[in-house]
Write a protein that binds this ligand. Structure first.
Ligand SMILES: Nc1ncnc2c1ncn2[C@@H]1O[C@H](COP(=O)(O)OP(=O)(O)O)[C@@H](O)[C@H]1O
Ligand SMILES: [Mg+2]
Length: 352
């Protein structure tokens, strides 16, 4: 049975400190959604509320048509995988995996069969009789994954499950988790602070900061169309230039920034442009030219990237990183213009 998860307007406090602020997320049946944000932004707190380890001060959690908000943790049937594995040290691999089945009073032959089948799927059947202390980190995490999956939960939650593994194993395991999750069609909420991990494993990613969701979208949309300045910075838009509209002529807007910048931007490309806005780009969203329309700049350090030269540029709006053609390398100190490449730029609201 595949069901959706709906988190509605959650607030949470530790003492008098509010750590979640009106947080809403919906995860479609069979979908994997990640919470991505820096340490302390409230990811684990969100999972703890969904799991039933912490009561929210406002809001609701629904799984399919069941309201979980006030159900005790043990009645929620959620599979959990943590960073530190949380295996029972005195139980064998097989008994660890079978534990949830035993709790559900499944008879021994059946639970051994199901636990062994799950161990086969994570490639650990030969280690069924070992104790966790005789396993590597990656093997422990596979046991934890098998233990979470074997109860066939309607919802799986992962809290930084790969953080204790080395880089190569992290990549292998995230592929495995994704394959198992897809094969079972289990609705999943996944927590990580690693952007590459979140983008590679998820159907959609929720970017979190200070207890709020700033954007919940597909990795492609987050990468190309960040909804605000915070998300833009997060996904690598390093140039955020504050601009003001000084003229409008049909769809074309004339906009200026401090220091003699004058740009013409088409609302057919960018959508409606408000009088005050931020032009956001990565380095390849601004082209260094000797002249023409753009942001006046003095070129600094030049770096060869193979496909382009990259320049650190001094402008009246601060330091900007922009790329220039390989055919025309420019020296430090050259006066140049930085011209936006419209499809690589975003128009955002200014931050408060
Ligand atoms: N048990 C607790 N008591 C008090 N404050 C806590 C507790 N757990 C977490 N916090 C605080 O709540 C905020 C969110 O924490 P957490 O949800 O663990 O963040 P994340 O998982 O994103 O790193 C942080 O500021 C953290 O210090
Ligand atoms: Mg955490």
């Amino acid at each position: 049975m595949t069901v959706s998860l709906t988190i509605e307007n959650l607030s949470a406090h530790y003492g008098t400190t509010q750590v979640l602020k009106d947080l809403s997320i919906s995860v479609a049946a069979g979908e994997l959604v990640s919470l991505l944000g820096s340490s302390g932004c409230g990811k684990t707190t969100t999972l703890r509320i969904v799991a039933g380890f912490l009561q929210p001060t406002a809001g609701r959690v629904r799984l399919g048509d069941r309201d979980l908000t006030t159900l005790p943790a043990h009645a929620r049937d959620i599979g959990l995988v943590f960073q530190n594995y949380a295996l029972f040290p005195h139980l064998t691999v097989l008994d660890n995996v079978a534990f949830g089945l035993k709790q559900r009073t499944i008879a021994k032959p059946d639970r051994v069969k199901r636990a062994m089948a799950m161990l086969e799927r994570v490639g650990l059947a030969p280690l069924a009789d070992r104790l966790p202390s005789a396993l590597s980190g990656g093997q422990k995490q596979r046991v934890a994954l098998a233990r979470a999956l074997v109860i066939e939960p309607p919802l799986l939650m992962f809290d930084e499950p790969l953080s204790n593994l080395d880089a190569k194993l992290r990549i292998d395991m995230r592929v495995e988790i994704r394959q198992l999750q897809r094969a079972n069609g289990t609705t999943s909420l996944y927590v990580t602070h690693d952007q590459e991990e979140a983008f590679s494993i998820s159907d959609r990613v929720a970017i979190m900061n200070a207890g709020r969701i700033l954007q919940l979208d597909t990795p492609e949309m987050l990468y190309r169309k960040p909804a605000n300045a915070f998300v833009a910075r997060f996904v690598g838009f390093e140039n955020l230039i504050r601009m003001k509209v000084t003229g409008r002529d049909g769809a074309v807007v004339t906009a200026e920034a401090i220091g003699g910048t004058k740009l013409h931007l088409s609302q057919d490309v960018f959508g409606a442009i408000k009088d005050d806005f931020v032009l956001a780009s990565r380095a390849d969203g601004l082209t260094v030219r000797r002249d023409g329309e753009g942001i006046p700049a003095t070129l600094g350090t030049r770096t060869y990237l193979g496909r382009a030269y990259q320049y650190k540029c001094q402008t009246a709006a601060g330091e900007i990183t922009a790329n220039g053609a390989l055919s025309d390398p420019l020296e430090a100190g050259t006066r140049a213009m930085l011209t936006p490449v419209p499809e690589q730029c975003c128009i955002l609201d200014p931050e408060d």
